[in-house]
Design a protein around this ligand. Structure first.
Ligand SMILES: Cc1ncc(C[n+]2csc(CCOP(=O)(O)OP(=O)(O)O)c2C)c(N)n1
Ligand SMILES: [Mg+2]
Length: 374
């Protein structure tokens, strides 16, 4: 059934949403993409954002799908594996174009809040492998279009990030560059999971990327990451300042067995819950009320909290400012075990502004490759 379905469409994409066992899908998805010539839009939490031979793995679909380029040649088909994707522009793109949509869903969860699925298959990777095996090799022009756009987007992003002080996008990009293979990255909800989706690039060496997407809670993040580390995998957790203070108790939890855990906590301190400043209400409603009710800026910085607690609990605390300093610390995480907390102060306005300029730079880069979009 999946074979006929795939053959009926030329311009398809494979979407990989969050799943802890993405490794099990890797061969099947790779072969399916190779045969169909469809690109793979894999978020890091799918475990499939990695270099896969012969597959156009997109790193930057979150940014690509905000541009006119995305609607210039709309998709005819989407094959999804894994949970509901984190990327909002991807959801909106699918809602806008209503392509044929196959969900391969072994646990029969049918997570599809926008009712986009047109073919539901309660099946696993074998079904995808089986279909791939029967498909003839398709044309690769479509995958190449995505690969070219993704490369342009990547260069535009680097152009902005390399010229500016370290902010949230640069942290996410650096995690992908510096974390050693075999490590785990645990990302908090709110902006960390989104920044990692937008800026962490496919790598050759696998990195297990986890998040508790569920109801998007920002509670228990350090504790959950400690659980990953306690299972024996060196783990780095990327967390916002509010989520950090929600689970300071999680730091205490590591206290009894510091030598058994290899856990690095990276706190991006932007002065509260700044995800809300990306909402339409920001700048429209009264600024004081917005801050008090939504941003809820904490009185003390994460650096102050971390330095006070580091003395009490005996962990290392580093307050850093640059990409280089972050890269050096992350590379050292191979060297030993224990708990480390790295705090990074981020100016929320500069960060919001940079996100906007990155999106503009990507749009310009894509339009430059296509006279119709200029
Ligand atoms: C347990 C829980 N409480 C409240 C919320 C609502 N909420 C969503 S994002 C967010 C702000 C998180 O702030 P921070 O961790 O600093 O991340 P940032 O938005 O700055 O990236 C809040 C309070 C939630 N998702 N979960
Ligand atoms: Mg914050």
């Amino acid at each position: 059934m999946l074979t006929d379905w795939a053959q009926a469409h030329e311009r398809g994409v494979v979407v990989a949403g969050p799943m802890w066992d993405g490794d099990r899908w890797s061969d099947a998805v790779t072969e399916f993409c190779r045969r169909t010539g469809w690109p793979l839009l894999a978020e890091p939490c799918s475990q499939l954002r990695r270099e896969l031979d012969g597959v156009a793995v997109t790193d930057h679909h979150d940014l690509l799908l905000r541009t006119p380029w995305a609607d210039d040649e709309p998709p005819e088909a989407v094959l999804r594996v894994g949970g509901a994707p984190t990327c909002k522009p991807l959801r909106l793109w699918i809602e806008r174009h209503r392509p044929a949509f196959a969900l391969v869903d072994p646990a029969n969860t049918w997570t599809d809040a926008s009712f986009s699925v047109s073919l539901h298959l309660p099946a696993g990777p074998d079904a995808v492998a089986d279909a791939a095996g029967k498909l003839p090799r398709g044309a690769s022009g479509w995958a190449q279009r995505w690969a070219d756009a993704d490369a342009r987007a990547g260069a535009a992003i680097d152009g902005v990030l390399d010229a500016e002080p370290l902010l949230e996008a640069g942290v996410a990009r650096q995690l992908g560059r510096s974390l050693p293979g075999g490590h785990a990255l645990y990302v908090s909800n709110s902006m960390p999971v989104r920044d990692v989706d937008s800026y962490l690039r496919a790598r050759a060496e696998p990195l297990a990327v986890h998040a508790s997407r569920g109801a998007s809670g920002i509670d228990g993040v350090i504790s959950a990451a400690s659980g990953v580390a306690a299972a024996g995998t060196p783990t780095t957790v990327l967390v916002g300042d509010l989520a950090f203070r929600h689970d300071l108790g999680g730091l205490v939890g590591t206290f009894d067995s510091p030598a058994l855990l290899d856990l690095t906590v990276i706190v991006v301190d932007n002065g509260g819950g700044t995800i809300f400043s990306f909402l339409p209400a920001y700048g429209v409603v009264d600024a004081g009320a917005f801050d008090r009710l939504l941003t809820t800026p904490p009185g003390r910085s994460s650096a102050e909290l971390a330095s006070g607690l580091s003395a009490a609990l005996g962990f290392e605390h580093h307050r850093i400012r640059s990409c280089e300093a972050l890269g050096e610390l992350l590379a050292q995480s191979q060297l030993g075990s224990g708990l480390r907390v790295i705090t990074i102060d981020v100016d929320a306005d500069a960060n919001r502004n940079q996100h906007r300029r990155i999106a503009e730079a990507v749009e310009i880069a894509l339009a430059a490759g296509n006279p119709d979009l200029r």
